[in-house]
Design a protein around this ligand. Sequence first.
Ligand code: GUN
Length: 283
Amino acid sequence: MSAKLIDGKKMASAIREDIAEEIKVLKDEFNVVPGLAVVIVGDDPASHTYVSMKEKNCKNVGMYSEVHRLPEETSQEQLLELIHHLNENDKIHGILVQVPLPKGINENIVNSHIKPEKDVDGFHAINTGNLFLGEETIEPCTPKGIIKLIKSTGVEISGKNAVVVGRSNILGKPVAILLLHENATVTICHSKSKNLKEHLLNADIIVAAVGRPELIKGDMIKSGAVVIDAGTTVVEDKLVGDVEFDKAKEVASYITPVPGGVGPMTIAMLLENTLEAAKKKCK
Ligand code: GUN
């Protein structure tokens, strides 16, 4: 079998076109331009690349954007002060603080200071709590994009065995909850899991989200599985996923490439969440 590619780049591009149209309408009808503030602390090159991509994407759809690039030695207090300003700024409908943050700054505390309605990452405890409860919330961007990618295949999620590899707060845990809401039977594997291969061979849907290049080999995948690779590690100047793509594509029915799969959808979902936040403000 040779898997069909799930083209996240194409899907994200179509979503961005719709968002650009909606932004025009919002501007014409309410004189409101959705605005996103992105805050980055420190010098991590990969994070700076992601933030620049977010900035570029905002501009391309006609969204207002500001990027606050703060030095590594920024204190938590200084960061919270900036967040309080952004909370009160009417031009800003969404605030995102890029993670990881430098040592000495607590991500959860920082996220708890963002107004929940401006938390377009969906990381505030109120939003994660509502996600857990199945109530209306702002869904975290990568997990939300992953569900859309799986649905785009037409493969039914309900009743299927889904294995999520990775248990991070920003990806593994929330994507597991969203899959559960879609009635999948969900297993979360992580660095201490025994028999990863055994779990994976039972999976109809695999979401790889650990950031360990090519951890998941072709012989760990059940024939016909849907494979979503959210891993992105730079190896010798190349972006490498968590799945051994060349072998996996011979076994899977659908697979996302790296790059061009999950990554573009994350940014499209960020734009969508920011647009939704601005629309709520107009109501
Ligand atoms: N770092 C990697 N992915 C993300 C994300 O989705 N949001 C934030 N804030 N930081 C990230």
